[in-house]
Design a protein around this ligand. Structure first.
Ligand SMILES: Nc1ncnc2c1ncn2[C@@H]1O[C@H](COP(=O)(O)OP(=O)(O)OP(=O)(O)O)[C@@H](O)[C@H]1O
Length: 621
């Protein structure tokens, strides 16, 4: 205040050159006296955050969905990855001020489940899925996946929603009965055109369909998923997919070019739509062949195709088709959906995260079903790559799976989450390596934990350092002079620069789901902070110089831990607990340097430990 009034007097009463000279002189005097005579003043409340949640985000709606998974065997690392991307996005959006909804679940009907149930000795597939869906719920619990609803396609309200969708498409004339023959994959539960079928020879050679050497009794596979196919003919109901080719292309190319992300996946779908004509899609199967499914409303001799059933789960999750059309709460009572006052508003703010294996179903079939039913489309589909094992997609059917529960039990949930997000890229496939997971945990302990440990030594006083320097944080250049030696000052300046840009850059990577780049930013600043502590040797310093070093380093722990909450919810909060950050002060508005002026109490007490320890590498990959 004193400084401000002097500056105002000087600014208004002197010529320009003299005025600047006076200002800088006064600044120097003020800073010098400030450093000499400053005594910590205990404040009664924390400083107001500098940047709150932008008004446009407060209360905005964000609904995110995983694919629903087949409970034909226990879940593997690939399933966890899809769920994790959703969980992290949901947590991040919640931190930004959105109202969020997150649904996941299991796809419990169809031939694949029927066959697996029989193979496992169950007479009723429902009993089989009742056992296996729990494995998916258990994994979500163990991995801290914070869904708001776990949908099972055998849930009453879902069955009702599927019938609603079918009836609406039927009434609008987009479903008709016909004869279907072609190459069918039991594993993929779909037909493939001849152009995508080859015959496998004994020597591994593949003969395209139509080659003279092809034998009728040979083994045929499709070239998309490489699963076996058989020639099959039956009466089915068809969906008039062909009617939507142009509408869908216009939507994807002109009206909503960001509907499919990343752009490379959008281009693939557009090329597919441009390159070949959409054929009408068989959306039922004879009940004689498939017993385990939802009856076609007008014809119980047919069961609804499992994809028509499964995709509809996304509508169930906001209350079903009618609730979306009426934009009023679902008639069927469910703890979540009946609470949604305006289901359509949630629906149009829905993002589907899916693996690339099911892009066609989500980016072509699903929008067409919705268009046929007169329902607006969701906001976005984000397509991610696969985790491989032995060079091919990790898959339940192939059996080349990594058990995520096993990894979580040994390495704990947060390091596994961090590892998966750091070692993957939305557009590329990832290769699981247990030694890298182990190294990730080591790095958290030796870099993050070490920085915390150093600052929490009983030689230092974090609360005093925070009280002294938090209010000065807006003026880091003034503080640099407190440090002795150009090396320490340079290191300080670099660190401050990184910290100042961190929240914005981190946010921009998270918006694009570039988790690897987001996490790299955290490592960069933590690495820089460790180097700064090493260079400035606070254990050899005292008074304000020591406090400034400790304040700056512990700010790195505080800010990175706040930002890391969506990635490692438990550990980041344990780190914040360890340095006494109030639970009210862990939002994004506190990620500015000095945005929390009251923390650190008890942090330097003897005997308190870092909340993560090393574990051994088990040597199995
Ligand atoms: N290897 C993987 N990498 C990444 N995600 C995967 C992987 N496997 C499955 N998923 C996720 O699960 C979805 C498919 O679920 P599904 O239950 O069909 O898995 P699956 O292991 O491929 O099953 P199956 O082998 O029985 O067909 C994918 O779209 C993706 O979201």
């Amino acid at each position: 205040m004193w400084g401000t009034s002097i500056r105002i007097v000087v600014a208004h009463s002197t010529p320009k050159g003299l005025r600047f000279w006076c200002i800088s002189l006064f600044r120097k005097i003020i800073n010098a006296s400030h450093f000499k005579s400053r005594k910590p003043v205990r404040r009664t409340s924390t400083m107001p955050p500098s940047r709150g949640v932008p008004a446009r985000l407060k209360g905005a709606l964000f609904h995110i969905t995983t694919p629903i998974f087949y409970p034909n065997a226990r879940p593997h690392l690939g399933h966890l990855y899809s769920s994790l991307l959703c969980d992290v996005t949901k947590r991040w959006r919640a931190m930004q001020g959105y109202n969020t909804l997150f649904t996941t679940g299991t796809d419990e009907h169809g031939l694949k489940i029927q066959n697996a149930s029989e193979k496992n000795g169950y007479s009723n597939p429902k009993q089989f899925v009742d056992v296996l869906y729990r494995e998916f719920v258990k994994l979500d619990q163990m991995a801290n996946i914070s869904y708001t609803r776990f949908i099972r396609t055998t849930d009453y309200d879902h069955v009702r929603a599927v019938r609603e969708l079918w009836n609406r498409c039927w009434e609008s004339g987009y479903i008709y009965k016909g004869e279907h023959e072609g190459w069918y994959s039991i594993s993929d539960e779909c037909f493939y055109p001849e152009s995508k079928v080859v015959q496998l020879q004994g020597d591994g050679q593949e003969l395209p369909f139509g080659s003279p050497e092809i034998r009728k009794d040979g083994k045929f596979i499709n070239t998309e998923t490489r699963n076996g196919v058989v020639y099959h003919s039956e009466t089915n109901y068809f969906f008039k997919l062909s009617s939507f080719q142009n509408r869908l292309l216009t939507f994807l190319e002109k009206e909503n070019p960001h509907f499919i992300s990343p752009p490379s996946r959008r281009d693939q779908i557009i090329n597919e739509l441009r390159g070949s004509k959409l054929r009408d899609l068989s959306i039922s199967r004879p009940s004689s062949r498939i017993k385990w499914g939802i009856d076609v409303p007008q014809d119980p001799s047919q069961k609804i195709y499992v994809w028509f059933d499964a995709l509809c789960n996304y509508l169930t999750s906001v209350g079903g088709l009618q609730a979306v059309l009426d934009n009023s709460p679902a008639a069927v009572k469910h703890t979540i959906t009946s609470q949604l006052k305006m289901p359509r508003n949630w629906w149009v703010n829905t993002t589907h995260i899916i693996g690339k294996d099911i892009a066609k179903f989500h980016a072509i079939y699903w929008p067409c079903f919705l268009m046929a039913a007169g329902i607006p489309l969701p906001k976005q589909i984000i397509v991610h790559g696969h985790w491989l094992s032995g060079g091919v997609k990790m898959s339940k059917s192939v059996g080349n799976v990594v058990d995520p529960l096993d990894m979580i039990l040994h390495y704990e949930c947060d390091p596994v989450r961090w590892y998966l997000l750091e070692n993957s890229h939305i557009e590329a496939d990832g290769d699981f390596r247990e030694e890298r997971l182990h190294a990730t945990r080591e790095q958290i302990v030796s870099k993050w934990g070490n920085l915390l440990n150093r600052c929490c030594s009983n030689k230092f006083n974090i609360p005093r350092a925070v009280e002294t320097f938090a209010s000065q944080a807006a003026n880091p250049e003034n503080n640099a002079a407190t440090l002795i030696g150009t090396e320490a000052q340079e290191s300080y300046r670099e660190l401050i620069q990184l910290l100042q840009t961190l929240p914005e850059l981190f946010s921009s990577h998270m918006r694009q789901l570039e988790t690897r780049s987001a996490l790299k930013l955290l490592w960069d600043v933590i690495g820089k902070a460790n180097a700064f502590v090493q260079t400035s040797t606070p254990w050899l310093k005292s008074g304000e110089e020591q406090d400034l070093i400790i304040f700056t380093a512990i700010e790195v722990v505080r800010i990175t831990s706040i930002l890391a909450q969506p990635i490692m919810p438990t550990l980041s909060n344990a780190l914040l607990d360890r340095i006494g950050v109030d639970t009210e002060n862990r939002d994004l508005s506190r990620t500015r340097l000095g945005a929390d002026t009251l923390y650190g109490k008890g942090s330097n007490d003897k005997g308190r430990e870092v909340p993560i320890k090393k574990v051994n590498f088990r040597g199995t990959t």
